[in-house]
Design a protein. Structure first.
Length: 500
């Protein structure tokens, strides 16, 4: 065996460098038959549940065989974990002649050794068949054991590399499809509305699609400011880079700076380095929602980033370069905030390179039928329910109603109607059952503010009940920040069930 040791080492080197499983199995079979002087070699791998063997029969047969692991010499070796040497195959009771019958090959003698991985587990069997110069020898057995030891590790490595490659390709395919879905879902064409004001918003988004200029989006709560921001991002040159969102009103002042700019390792005991939203959006877009709620301190630091394209992590000794387009949204009148001294005028003009105003629902009543049917279709897709329609009378009534919560309120009402519907067509009667009755004639008229307040309280109660009093989820459903929800609950004296 000593004179064959260099050849064994050379074969092992070849096995360790091959990462394609099919090519590896062919290499093992070809080199082992040549070295040992056999006619054929086969690698049998056992299934994880130890019930089946599969084999790529090399040198003479391209077929893939699968058979019961309890059958044949290979099965005995794979399950028993010991080498078997057979000098007369057809006179050995363990031999499975069905393989020869399938392949048309006749086995005279064979030598089989177990394939053990790095952990010592048997993963299959390595067979050589029909030695050309007579029966297999003890030296052949030692050579086969040595080759089997290296082959097992090489096979597992090739399998791992193959699995990783398939997973990577599948992940890349899924990411590509997800990107297409997201870009399609948040394209400008996904914004519903045929009114002049909505079409004006769409035309402006189209005109700035090749720009990276900052955009200020203003409008009442529930008018789709975030949807506009996503449409701007996914129609821009930065569409393949991150869109990172931060609700400026959802975080206390003490955490906002770290969330925006990041933290350097060691700034406090046990603190690890963490990038902020600006760095996370590098090369892409940062969406600052409710920007009007930023403190003056935070405003000054954001202004520096916009002017100098650098930021300072908390505890850092040197600035970090960053390139993030900023889309800011607010339901506040920032010019009035500037006059009050609560918003910086220089930041305002830095953000307002492009200004988009999202119209309130009362300004685009002609779009209410389109929106209502759009929300109903979306609910049907998400819920998988049978087709359901809105009656013409109901659509007309929806167009006449006041919508202080704008499109978000309309969407929630459509969902509520769909969930409670008893027929295939939702009618005005269904709406009446879900809408508080109007005051009787002669009863005192209430102010608009009081009516809106009552309606808002009802929506908050229903949102909390729907989310089992999880304030974070309820705030998301209602289109509020968590802090905004807490403030409204305090204003109306609504009791929460813990800060979840």
């Amino acid at each position: 065996m000593d004179e064959k040791l260099p050849a064994i080492l050379k074969i092992c080197q070849k096995m360790n460098s091959e990462r394609d499983l099919a090519a590896l199995l062919d290499l093992i079979a070809r080199e082992s038959t040549r070295l040992i002087g056999a006619e054929r070699a086969s690698i049998f791998l056992v299934s994880p549940d130890k019930t089946e063997l599969w084999s790529k029969v090399a040198l003479g047969s391209p077929e893939m065989l699968r058979f019961d692991a309890r059958l044949g010499i290979a099965g005995a070796v794979a399950l028993g974990g010991r080498t078997i040497h057979v000098t007369d195959a057809y006179n050995d009771s363990r031999f499975h002649a069905g393989v020869d019958a399938h392949t048309g090959y006749r086995t005279r003698n064979l030598l089989a050794a177990p394939l053990r991985n790095y952990n010592g587990d048997t993963i299959g069997a390595f067979e050589v068949l029909n030695r050309k110069g007579g029966p297999f020898t003890g030296e052949d057995e030692e050579i086969l054991k040595s080759l089997a030891a290296h082959a097992a590790i090489a096979i597992e490595t090739a399998q791992l590399v193959g699995n990783l490659k398939r997973d990577r390709e599948q992940l890349a395919e899924e990411n590509t499809q997800l990107r297409r879905d997201v870009e399609g879902r948040f394209s400008a064409g996904f914004i519903v509305g045929a009114s002049d004001k909505i079409q004006g918003v769409l035309r402006l988004i189209e005109r700035i699609r090749d720009s990276s200029a900052n955009v200020l989006i203003t409008g009442e709560s529930g008018t789709g400011k975030e949807l506009v921001a996503k449409a701007i991002h996914y129609n821009s040159p930065r569409a393949r880079r991150p869109l990172v969102a931060l609700n400026c009103a959802a975080l206390p002042e003490t955490l906002l700076e770290a969330e925006l700019f990041g933290v350097e390792k060691g700034v406090a005991t046990g603190v690890e380095a963490r990038i902020g939203k600006f760095e996370a959006a590098d090369g892409g877009t940062l969406f600052l929602d409710e920007v009007g709620d930023l403190s003056l301190t935070a405003q000054a630091k954001i202004l520096r980033v916009l002017q100098e394209k650098v930021l300072d992590r908390l505890g850092a000794r040197k600035p970090t370069a960053v390139d993030a387009r900023v889309l800011a949204a607010t339901n506040k009148d920032l010019e009035a905030e500037i006059r009050r001294g609560t918003f910086r005028e220089d930041l305002y003009y830095r953000l307002k390179v492009i200004h988009i105003r999202t119209p309130a629902l009362r300004e685009i009543r002609d779009d209410i039928p389109l929106l209502a049917n759009h929300f109903l279709a979306a609910w049907r897709r998400e819920s998988g329910k049978e087709p359901i329609k809105l009656s013409a009378g109901l659509v007309r009534r929806l167009g006449e109603m006041d919508w202080p919560g704008n499109a978000r309120q309309l969407e929630n009402e459509i969902k509520r109607l769909a969930v409670c519907a008893r027929r295939r067509v939702i009618t005005e009667e269904d709406l009446a059952e879900l809408t508080p009755a109007a005051p009787e004639s002669g009863s005192p008229r209430r102010s608009l503010a009081a009516a809106v307040g009552d309606f808002e309280q009802r929506l908050i109660r229903e949102g909390l009940e729907e989310c089992r009093h999880n304030q974070v989820q309820a705030a998301k459903v209602l289109g509020l920040s968590r802090q905004g929800l807490i403030n409204k609950m305090k204003r109306y004296g609504l009791q929460g069930r813990g800060a979840r």
